[in-house]
Design a protein around this ligand. Structure first.
Ligand code: SAM
Length: 266
């Protein structure tokens, strides 16, 4: 089957894909970009076919590319063969991946946060850095957490930078957005632990109770956790700082606490 190869950056669908670098257009369309064969195939295996797929025309006959095209079309999406130059322009990278998909962004409601099977959730207060958020989604997925709660004004988990840093975990991670007040109200009826992490905490992270369903609550990169969120926790932990640095990077601190949670169960 020979397909028309799109080479023009002014093509309507290419323009739409390029617009997805901006939060405003992601919001308007409900779509976000994910690049690369492995991540797009991972999305399909988790039941999310791309709504749109662009692929290097030169790879049109590769088996995994065909698989992606079939999944995309089978789910009613559009697939387009494009030049490599256009892939570069869509991804804003010199050496682009050979496939880029536009997928539906999915935020869940707070109803999905249930204390089932002693599960773990990560809650992030006003996370600002997309690299941190993507790394945290990747780490949350690595320890088997159910999802990430985004409190108040967070960076967009569906920005290309966050999606890249998540390395595909974005597709296996439930995302819930709550305001600070909604989180505090929700916390009142949560039967498990809400473990806050703060430099001023007195409990060593190795001694906390990780046996129940847990929400691990992390503070903003600059300001840490505000008093209102600290009041919503059941305990607050700190990781010892032995050198001259006063804090860990947010994603590192999340990794240390999530692996401590995991250490208590495997
Ligand atoms: N200046 C901020 C403060 O006063 O909290 C530093 C924030 S730190 C870069 C970002 C988040 O990582 C903190 O809010 C906390 O959740 C976590 N964190 C970093 N280092 C930590 C430590 N040693 N103990 C507990 N939590 C830590």
């Amino acid at each position: 089957m020979s397909e028309e190869i799109i080479t023009s950056a002014t093509n309507k669908e290419v323009k739409l894909l390029r617009s997805l670098h901006e939060r405003k257009y992601r919001k308007q369309t409900g779509l976000f970009l994910a690049e690369g064969m492995r991540i797009c195939l991972e999305a399909i295996s988790l039941g999310q076919a791309p709504r749109k797929l662009v692929y290097a025309a030169s790879r049109a006959h590769d088996k995994p590319v065909r698989e992606l095209i079939d999944a995309c079309r089978g789910a009613g999406g559009r697939s387009l063969a494009v030049s490599e130059d256009l892939l570069s322009r869509i991804s804003r990278k010199d050496n682009p991946q050979m496939v880029i998909g536009a997928f539906e962004a999915r935020f869940a409601s707070a109803d999905v946060i249930v204390p089932k099977d002693n599960k773990l959730w990560v809650a992030l207060d006003r996370v600002r850095d997309p690299g941190n958020l993507g790394t945290i989604m990747r780490t949350a997925d690595a320890v088997g957490a159910t999802g990430v709660i985004l409190i108040d004004d967070c960076t967009d988990p569906y920005s290309l930078e966050a999606v890249r840093a998540s390395m595909g975990a974005i597709f296996n991670c439930q995302l819930v957005k709550l305001s600070q007040d909604e989180f505090c109200a929700f916390a009142k009826s949560w039967p498990g632990e809400i473990i806050g992490t703060a430099l001023q905490a007195s409990v060593d992270y190795r001694t906390a109770d990780y046996s129940k369903a847990t929400i691990m609550l992390m503070g903003n990169e600059q300001a840490g956790l505000p008093d209102k969120l600290i009041d919503a926790t059941t305990t607050c932990i700190r990781m010892p700082m032995m050198g001259r640095s006063d804090s860990l990077n947010l994603a590192v601190a999340t990794g240390v606490s999530l692996y401590e949670w995991l250490r208590h169960r495997v």
